[in-house]
Design a protein around this ligand. Structure first.
Ligand code: C2E
Ligand code: CA
Ligand code: CA
Ligand code: CA
Length: 278
């Protein structure tokens, strides 16, 4: 028992030092990733469930490092926040998304490209001005750009964050509450947020199935969001079954591998031309 105890302890130690080692290595490479142009964006289509058409794209960052290979954002976004790098990364993401929107505008003026936002970005005092100026310089209507925010992001400094989002909504941008259902959302608070839509977290979508059809809260969430005048996006839709049930529940938009994985820019245009859900 004594030995196994010591071994457990060792493993624990080992896990921690591994984590620190990984952070150090990632951090070293991350610091130069921007100047070395190692970031790129993939775009995942959002499908309008009524028209069956693509209504938007979510920009998802990818990091391709020569030594590390492709690194998932789940592994480096938090670190980028801790290192203070997320602010410049975030503006780069927005700039890229706006440039792509500008290239798509003539053919797809109704299309919207959304970017994910970190709380550290929103905390910057000049955030609103910088976002507006990036969009103005790209010469696209602000309606073409969306922001995906999380509840934890809002909680950081509620009043200031809501004020900033309100200005950007006023400016014309589209605001979505991401990972909805996983946080502490109270109903009254949902009513007062400057948002257009909620994105139901994948964990709820995973529970939807034909055998489980009266036993999930997704339908209730959709009804509730509609009562507040909000549009509803389902994320992580992987099967036809899920898509069909979501249509029955009057969900407005879906996103997920069932329609498409996130795509590199060169694949987006052909997808836009050929995709049909209904
Ligand atoms: P998220 O915003 O919740 O994005 C959804 C994630 O689910 C993406 O992972 C996407 O590729 C994945 N996904 C989409 N459809 C499906 C599906 O049908 N099945 C499964 N299993 N997964 C699906 P990804 O691209 O690895 O991004 C992970 C997270 O990293 C994002 O979660 C977001 O929070 C963050 N992130 C990504 N790009 C950025 C960025 O530019 N800035 C910031 N601040 N965060 C970002
Ligand atoms: Ca998102
Ligand atoms: Ca999400
Ligand atoms: Ca999620």
């Amino acid at each position: 028992a004594k030995t196994s105890g010591r071994n457990t302890y060792k493993m624990f130690d080992h896990a921690i030092s591994n984590e620190i080692a990984e952070k150090t290595v990632l951090g070293t490479y991350l610091r130069s990733a921007m100047v070395n142009k190692e970031f790129l964006l993939h775009y995942q289509p959002k499908i309008d469930m009524v028209t069956g058409r693509i209504s938007g794209l979510e920009a998802l960052i990818r990091w391709n490092n020569p030594q590390l290979g492709m690194v998932s954002p789940l592994r480096f976004i938090r670190l980028a926040e801790e290192m203070g790098l997320i602010v410049s990364i975030g503006y780069w993401v927005l700039q890229e998304a706006c440039d792509f929107a500008a290239r798509l505008y003539k053919q797809y003026p109704e299309l919207r490209i959304s970017v994910n936002l970190s709380s550290v970005q929103l905390m910057q005092t000049d955030f609103v001005d910088k976002v507006k100026s990036i969009i103005e310089q790209a010469n696209i209507p602000p309606q073409m750009i969306g922001l995906e925010i999380t509840e934890s992001l809002l909680m950081e400094s509620f009043t200031a964050s809501v004020g900033k989002l309100d200005s950007l909504k006023e400016f014309g941008m589209y605001i979505e509450l991401d990972d909805f259902g996983t946080g502490y959302s109270s109903l009254s608070y949902l009513k007062n947020l400057p948002i257009h839509a909620v994105k139901i977290d994948k964990s709820f979508i995973d529970d939807i199935s034909e055998t489980n059809r009266h036993n999930n809260i997704t339908e209730a969430i959709i009804k509730l969001a509609h009562m507040f005048g909000l549009s509803v996006v389902a994320e992580g839709v992987e099967t036809q079954d899920q898509a069909r049930l979501l249509t029955e529940y009057c969900c407005d938009t879906f996103q997920g591998y069932f329609a498409s994985k996130p795509l590199p820019e060169e694949d987006v245009k052909s997808f836009l031309k050929t995709y049909k859900y209904i």
